[in-house]
Design a protein around this ligand. Sequence first.
Ligand code: C5P
Length: 252
Amino acid sequence: MKNISNSHPSDRLIFALDAGGYEEAVSWIDRLAGSVGMFKVGKELFTAVGPKIVEHIKGRNSRVFLDLKFHDIPNTVARAGEAAVGLSVDMFNVHAAGGSRMIRDTVDAAAVRAKQRGIACPVILAVTVLTSLNDGDLAEIGFEKRTGDLVLHLAKMAHRAGASGAVASPQDIAALRAHLPEDFVIVTPGIRSAAQPVKDDQKRTLSAGEAIAAGADYIVVGRPIRQARDPLAACRQITEEIAAGLAARRRT
Ligand code: C5P
């Protein structure tokens, strides 16, 4: 995947393609292809319509983040990673809790398959702790660490195992930036405009500019674009905020 540091600010904007079906997804792709850097295809859409949605995005010369959060025995996830490379996705993710061998085997298998196909290896992200889980939920599952400590622990482990980066909530960006190398990729959802009062089910949010200034490399945005009166204008506004966030980062 091309180096993000020299690219246009809109390349850092990932649109969450949380559409109900194929036709709806395609109409969003055709509408936004020139205005966002990547389309995130998640479990719901992929399970409903399958790989053809990825093929449609790639056919439009756009990039794909396959958000299927693989978590299984190492061999199974490694084969799934190879299949993701077979679809030419630009980014995919695995649950860090699957363990370092699962991550390592997947990173290695994806790299081999990408080399065979003569394409760049996708960015492989680790999901640390789902933001739907709090300290009480972690204790119930049997994890002894508190949320923030577990996020950092899993991110470091994933990095050592070869993951390119992590999905990080707005409140975790600073800790990851402080403890992981600069080239560790951070992708952050939970983005809402400072001016937008409605925060729907996202509780701890940052604006696009704040997340980028704090060190996120990419931001994931869904409803603030999908539900905007003018979605293209919303993309432009977010891209401007990303540019401002990058400028703020350079000043510090
Ligand atoms: O509509 P909204 O901007 O909230 O969409 C954010 C996207 O990022 C959704 O696809 C959501 O599932 C995903 N996501 C999230 N928070 C996480 C991880 C993923 O909102 N912690």
